[in-house]
Design a protein around this ligand. Structure first.
Ligand SMILES: [Zn+2]
Ligand SMILES: [Zn+2]
Length: 232
């Protein structure tokens, strides 16, 4: 009975290497696979944080073509291996304890000075379906560690959007356009906002949120995400 209970808490093996998952904090991911999660250290676009193939260029083509409203965006790592697995287990399988070790990864990044942590909101229907907003949980842990306020009310998603997965860059932009609105302009005006999301792929969501926040008078918007995904 007790073993059965433990097996629910700690699934027998790591989904990546099949070794026993002995650390509750990151289970079912084993300590070895978790320790192998490293920040991305290659060349990036200085504006949007996108990994670059060439060391020579400093701003990516997308940012040159369509300048983002955020000051800059940064990701912790690439959407790969144990990091990708952990995000998926957290987000789609509701393994909420992973939000803590995941937000620690963000906390140890080089972060700008900000007045608040603001997670990308979910549409209320999606929030009901999933039961939690993964970005809000990350944001809550991070705000606590940074000792700055968590803002869950000033930015809202005013309509449901199709999941961005499977859409092209152009479709993603169109899908997310005008999906967000500001509820409390006075809270945003003149403030430096740390916008938090789990995955940054084309940046369409981060760009759209930043645009609305800047329009409401935010002094600066910094985007921080766990991983940098690629279009599939
Ligand atoms: Zn493992
Ligand atoms: Zn860029």
């Amino acid at each position: 009975m007790f073993n059965k209970f433990l097996n629910i808490l700690f699934p027998a093996s790591c989904p990546l290497c099949q070794k026993p998952s002995t650390k509750h904090k990151t289970a079912p991911i084993c300590p070895d696979c978790w320790d192998a999660v490293r920040p991305y250290s290659g060349a990036i676009c200085k504006r949007c944080g996108a990994p670059l193939v060439s060391e020579a260029s400093l701003t990516c083509g997308e940012c040159l073509k369509d300048e983002p409203a955020f000051t800059y965006a940064r990701c912790f790592g690439l959407h790969d291996g144990a990091l990708k697995k952990a995000i998926n287990l957290f987000k789609f399988h509701g393994i909420k304890r992973l939000s803590k070790p995941l937000s620690e990864k963000i906390f140890h990044m080089e972060l700008p000075q900000a007045d608040m942590v603001l997670p990308v909101p979910l549409y209320k229907k999606r929030l009901r379906e999933r039961g939690f907003n993964q970005s809000a949980l990350l944001g809550k842990n991070l705000a606590k560690r940074l000792e700055i306020p968590l803002n869950l009310s000033s930015l809202v998603r005013n309509r449901d959007t199709r999941p961005q997965v499977g859409l092209s860059a152009k479709e993603r932009k169109k899908n997310i356009r005008n999906a967000f609105e500001i509820k409390e302009q006075d809270v945003i005006k003149g403030r430096r906002v740390l916008l938090i999301d789990d995955v940054f792929t084309t940046g369409a969501t981060a760009r759209e949120c930043s645009k609305v926040l800047k329009k409401a008078g935010a002094q600066e918007v910094f985007v921080v995400t766990l991983s940098h995904g690629v279009l599939d």
